[in-house]
Design a protein around this ligand. Structure first.
Ligand SMILES: Cc1ncc(COP(=O)(O)O)c(C=O)c1O
Length: 404
């Protein structure tokens, strides 16, 4: 699309999660059709309710959220974040290393505004949650994708990362656990990425918003813990772990004792002061939320909703001819692959649109995450397990109509 009056950097910014096919789903709903929307990782839309501890806290303390507060965030809340990230092994943190933001989304935008200039390159995974490519594009930078290899449990391809470093590379983004694949990166790969960052003097942005949503007793290791000497920006929040997307609660923690971290910190103060402060109500609940580990752990335990929903998806995929999927370790997503040798799918968006029109199920095409081959789609595994299993069967049913 050509913009006449708007900045040309807008041209490549797009989100297929809420793109044209999503708008078609809304149109269908407006016409009275029932659509199962599996496009956004928004637990409240699927009946996940807020933790009681937080509800009680808000009811009793809402008055404390009426004024502007500190640019970086409320002291108690920053302390709770320092405690949390320290417990994850990130060393030497103080409250001055923390910025509380309106979600990880605002955090990404503040960071790229601070660091990415016209023509600067930022490495990010392929497939990638579009927040990162869009934030880089909005700052005038260039997203450069490194491959994550499905045959390797979706681990990043280290050689590909090395090959894509140029003089213009400013930062590397890691999303761990990943969206859309749902996998946890191996420590080996994280340490290899750290070595690349070390050798090339690159800042690392580690988006860890799903760090507490990991199944099967697996451990999430913060990148900053594994690379304490590097300048690392860790991003996290409460949207997913406490199902509070609408409250817009996120944070940035800068670690690594370098001059660069200090400069970045100052730049963020300037930028954060432009928006005065982040939403104060969500800041108030951070200490209570971070203490309430039970709420999150219940979701991922073997009898928990998320665990059962993942099982429903994976069991159904096992039964469906033409679909396969690397088992996810966490997050809210699965990223199945269509066997295009046997099924007539040459354009993943056409597949997704056909599924919507035929079965009234909305998923997101893999190309919406920058994925190169048109044979994947992302399913949000948030509905109750029975609904989800049926939805997977319906997807399988639709796929059979495309058999070669
Ligand atoms: C990897 C990743 N990062 C960030 C976000 C945005 O989070 P927030 O609600 O904190 O803005 C999402 C939301 O889906 C996500 O999947």
């Amino acid at each position: 699309m050509q913009y006449k009056y708007l900045a040309s950097r807008l041209e490549n910014i797009h989100s297929d999660i809420r793109g044209p096919i999503y708008y078609r789903a809304l149109e269908m709903e407006a016409n009275g059709e029932k659509v199962l929307k599996l496009n956004t990782g928004n637990p409240a839309a699927f009946g996940f309710t807020m933790p009681d501890s937080i509800k009680d806290y808000i009811v009793n303390n809402v008055e404390k959220s009426l004024g502007y507060c500190d640019i970086r965030g409320m002291l108690n809340s920053k302390q709770a974040i320092v405690e949390y990230e320290t417990s994850k092994g990130i060393p030497n943190l103080t409250v001055d290393d923390v910025f509380i933001t309106n979600g990880v989304s605002e955090a990404a935008s503040l960071l790229t505004t601070a660091l990415v200039g016209e023509g600067d390159e930022v490495l990010m995974p392929n497939p990638c949650y579009s927040l990162w490519s869009n934030s880089v594009l909005a700052s005038g930078g260039i997203p450069v994708y490194y491959d994550c290899l499905e045959e390797n449990n979706w681990d990043p391809d280290i050689d590909d990362i090395k090959n894509k470093i140029t003089k213009k590379t400013k930062a590397i983004v890691i999303i761990n656990p990943n969206n859309p694949t749902g996998v946890l990166y191996s420590d080996k790969v994280l340490l290899e990425i750290a070595e690349i960052a070390r050798q090339n003097d690159i800042i690392v942005f580690s988006d860890e918003i799903y760090d507490r949503l990991v199944f099967d007793g697996k451990i999430h290791n913060s990148f900053a813990k594994l690379a304490p000497d590097l300048t690392v920006v860790t991003l996290n929040g409460l949207s997913k772990s406490h199902c509070l997307c609408g409250l817009r609660c996120g944070w940035i923690v800068i670690s690594g004792n370098t001059e660069k971290a200090k400069e970045l910190n100052k730049a963020l103060v300037v930028l954060a002061s432009v928006r005065l402060c982040s939403n104060a109500l969500m800041q108030l609940i951070i200490p209570t939320a971070l203490k309430d580990t039970k709420y999150t752990n219940d979701m991922i335990s073997e009898s928990g909703r998320l665990y059962l929903q993942r099982k429903a998806c994976m069991d159904a995929i096992d039964e469906i001819d033409g679909l396969s999927c690397v088992k996810n370790d966490g997050a809210f997503y699965i990223f199945p692959k269509i066997d295009t040798k046997r099924y007539n799918v040459t354009d993943d968006k056409v597949f997704v649109r056909g599924l919507l029109e035929t079965k009234k199920i909305l998923v997101v095409a893999g190309s919406g995450f920058g994925f190169k081959t048109p044979d994947h789609f992302r399913v949000v595994m948030l509905p109750e397990h029975k609904t989800l299993k049926n939805a997977m069967y319906e997807i399988g049913d639709y796929l059979q109509t495309l058999k070669k």
